[in-house]
Design a protein around this ligand. Sequence first.
Ligand SMILES: *Cc1c(COP(=O)(O)O)cnc(C)c1O
Length: 224
Amino acid sequence: MNETEYKIQIDDVIRRVETARVRVSGHHIVKIVAVSKYSTIDEIQKLYNIGQRAFGENKVQDLKVKSAELDELPLEWHFVGNLQKNKINNLLDLNPTLFHALNSIELANELQKKLEAKNMTLDALLQINSAKEESKHGVMPEDALNIYKEIQDTCSNINLKGVMSIGAHSEDYKVVKKSFETTFDIYKQLKGATICSMGMSGDFELAIECGSNMVRLGSVMFNK
Ligand SMILES: *Cc1c(COP(=O)(O)O)cnc(C)c1O
């Protein structure tokens, strides 16, 4: 697509986000993270030219290459993927804006060790497996509050900012809605949490209506 086509596409996404968020409240602000994992440097640059600033990747190596190539631009880079322990140092060296997928105490402890050694901090979200799906990472909803607190108490270099979840993999609207409500319910109980990251291309309006204030959009943003 050329830049004009991107603009039409993005304006449409923004309109859809607007409609959904105003249904919640005029004060409910939603941030769009453009997930660029299937997209090229050139495509990211085109979105930047029409105003997009926050981008997300799910592989450390891709984040490294793309953020280095686009180093001159004032972009925010989010890491939304599952993080393997042997990639922790590589991710930290890229100093991402936000790590969305902190999904266990073990990973938090590993991160804490490496953060301490590098004398740095990391903003992160606790990933919740809200529909308890085998195929997904994340902590069980009933454990989430305790794990969140434990990470806060024991990992002083991790700044937990809230929660992240992927909507239930289902054709049934009610099942997906319930998975978002489960995550939002946990988010509401967390003191000081400010980010509830849920909603992807196929379900972001529903996620926003359930309280999401950060959507991670790949295919609708990049027309993939
Ligand atoms: C790929 C990905 C997205 C974006 O998916 P789309 O359906 O293309 O919007 C969002 N979140 C995570 C964790 C992803 O891996």
